[in-house]
Design a protein around this ligand. Structure first.
Ligand code: NAD
Length: 337
């Protein structure tokens, strides 16, 4: 059993904790929270041991009627691996704590790649992560682009990748984000940080990315153009992509015209929180013009890095091969169902 602690129990942390609980080879030691709020309450209801991330605030948990199992240092001590899902920048500050306890840790995409030994996408570089001390599961957009690039580059060779990322203004629970009535070039200069971030996974891929932020919360949408070394048919591309376990090629028969219906589909299917762990790419959007491939894909930013975090835990302890870990994670989460 791999004993895992989750430090930072927000959008990503609570989903990763639920995912860990479903794995047969992992034990969730507990979750560290900064304060008692609705997420602390539901964590306690689920039976997740609570740890105080800020010792001076420990009394607030007891005052709110929540039992504490200890402080974050205890969680780090008791865990074989820590998943740090704290806000951008906090993860880097926490690294000295993990190093002091000799506990390997997984940071998230908001951290700089320079902070860690490896940036991680399971299907691309699992083996490089084995035995590392610090890993970074790259951001939702970088994960989404990497999952798409990997099979296409392997099969057909990508000469040049270009992607425009239409980014959600904030997650559904983020009341302080925006814009609420605008369309922002974000950033206005080329490139957005996503292209260089993809190169932490695929150093040799030539990629330019642009970002636009819009008043939406559900998902991101990528408009992708890949110049390939050959000119496969649309059917061959669709077939290749539909065989990738973390890509969902949306068939036209489902009449899903955008991100709202994708999320509705996930909720109707009984997915927890309506989560879409896979890239969702529209089969009808796949087009070839000469050697140029075009398509649209959507990324559920709150969910798509969850399977990568689970695989990253196994990679850190060298517990299974990439293929074994991906298959087990998919099976236990319920991907492709
Ligand atoms: P979030 O704000 O929803 O959750 C972060 C949690 O950490 C909150 O509960 C916060 O109270 C807690 N926290 C703050 N300081 C802490 C500390 N010192 N110790 C322990 N906990 C602390 O943030 P999020 O969206 O889950 O993002 C977490 C990381 O994941 C970031 O690096 C982000 O860039 C990355 N990420 C976010 C998304 C997304 O769309 N939400 C997608 C992919 C990656």
């Amino acid at each position: 059993m791999i004993r895992v602690g989750v430090n930072g129990y927000g959008t990503i942390g609570k989903r990763v904790a639920d995912g860990i609980r479903l794995q047969p080879d992992m034990q969730l030691i507990g979750v560290a929270k900064t304060r008692p709020n609705f997420e602390a309450e539901t964590a306690a209801q689920k039976g997740y041991p609570l740890y105080s991330a800020i010792p001076e605030r420990s009394h607030q948990f007891t005052e709110a009627g929540l039992d504490l199992h200890g402080e974050v240092t205890d969680l780090v001590d008791e865990s074989d691996v820590i998943v740090d899902a704290t806000p951008s920048g906090v993860g880097a500050e926490n690294c000295s704590l993990y190093e002091a306890h000799d506990t390997p840790a997984i940071l998230q995409g908001g951290e700089s790649p320079d902070t860690v030994d490896e940036s991680f996408v399971a299907q691309a570089n699992y083996d490089d992560a084995v035995g590392a001390d610090l890993l970074r599961v790259v951001s939702c957009n970088t994960t989404g682009l990497s999952r798409l690039l990997e099979p296409i580059d392997r099969e057909y060779g990508v000469d040049k990748a270009r992607a425009t990322l239409i980014r959600r203004g904030g997650d559904p629970g983020e009341t302080d984000r925006g814009p609420i009535n605008d369309i922002l070039p974000d950033p206005v200069t080329l490139p957005s940080h996503h292209g260089p971030d993809v190169q932490t996974i695929f150093p040799d891929v030539d990629i330019d990315t642009l970002g636009v932020t819009v008043p939406a919360t559900l998902m991101h949408l990528h408009s992708v153009n890949l110049t390939l070394e050959s000119a496969p048919s649309v059917a061959a591309i669709a077939d290749l992509l539909s065989r990738q376990s973390r890509l969902f090629v949306v068939p036209p028969e489902l009449s899903i015209d955008g991100t709202a219906k994708l999320k509705e589909f996930a909720k109707d299917a009984g997915r927890p929180r309506g989560d879409l762990w896979e890239n969702c790419l529209w089969e009808e959007s796949i087009a070839m013009e000469g050697n140029d491939l075009y398509l649209f894909q959507s990324i559920h930013q709150e969910a798509n890095v969850v399977p990568e975090n689970i695989d990253a835990i196994r990679a850190l302890v060298g517990h299974k091969t990439a293929a074994e870990s991906i298959a087990l994670t998919n099976d236990r989460l319920g991907l492709n169902t």
